[in-house]
Design a protein around this ligand. Structure first.
Ligand code: HEM
Length: 216
């Protein structure tokens, strides 16, 4: 199809879908995932109740496939393709330079391998029944903790840079000023996710429950 005949180039649509999928559903799922795991900071029992609620949702596999696995698979594979093709939408914003482009790609790569390992260890090995004690058992290993720290920081940074990229690309942040504001929003999201993720890792590793007093 040719754009000159008034039709949309299909790769434009695939690219738009890739971009959107990073925010919804994948970015939204990452927020939900951090949120539900943050219950670990309240206590074992609360964490296990939230986990059980999620593990017993009707049509679990179908919903997970539609909302998480397929979009994530598409976003990852098309992300590698974009990287391979060397396409960039970022360099046109000179005030950040090229390193955001590089950061976006490398954090995506790290997140990809982290997610594969994370799904294998928390979902496949536990047959979908992970709970506080399985998480705590994993977190007794220094190697696991190190990989979690790297994975959490990579996914959080990727989302933060991605939000900025998305807002600029979709024309939501069109002026230099709004692009700068979008950059600040991206940094804030990246930092908040990083801190929340590290707190959850620390909670599991050290049996740390700073919100334990919430439970009556
Ligand atoms: C933690 C899961 C992930 C989240 C929340 C996420 C989120 C995002 C977001 C919000 C964007 C910005 C969309 C845009 O460019 O307009 C993005 C872009 C990108 N993502 Fe991901 N992503 C994730 C995993 C991955 C993985 C595993 C890869 C594999 C390499 C990847 C590769 C990319 C690439 C290459 C871009 C830049 C696309 C471009 O410049 O047009 N992402 N991601």
């Amino acid at each position: 199809m040719s754009a000159s005949r008034g039709l949309v180039d299909p790769s434009f649509l695939w690219r738009k879908l890739h971009s959107l999928s990073g925010i919804v559903p994948i970015g939204a799922f990452l927020a939900e995932h951090f949120w539900s795991n943050a219950y670990l900071l309240v206590g074992h029992a609360r964490y296990d109740t939230v986990g059980q609620d999620l593990q017993t949702i009707p049509f679990r596999l179908a919903i997970e496939a539609l909302v998480i696995w397929l979009p994530l698979l598409y976003h990852s594979l098309y992300g590698f393709y974009i990287w391979y093709r060397g396409q960039s939408n970022v360099v046109q914003y000179p005030w950040v330079g090229n390193w955001m482009y590089t950061l976006q790609r490398w954090t995506g790569l790290i997140a990809f391998f982290f997610i594969l390992w994370h799904v294998y260890t928390t979902r496949v090995i536990t047959a979908g029944r992970s709970n506080f004690s399985t998480v705590q058992h994993d977190m007794a290993s220094n190697l696991y903790v190190a990989f979690y720290i790297i994975g959490v920081l990579a996914a959080s940074t990727h989302l933060g840079v991605g939000i900025w990229n998305f807002l600029c690309k979709w024309g939501i942040a069109a002026t230099v000023r709004s692009q700068r504001a979008a950059g600040f929003l991206g940094v804030a999201v990246g930092l908040i996710f990083s801190l929340a993720g590290l707190a959850i890792v620390a909670g599991a590793r050290y049996d740390w429950h700073p919100f334990g007093s919430y439970v009556q």
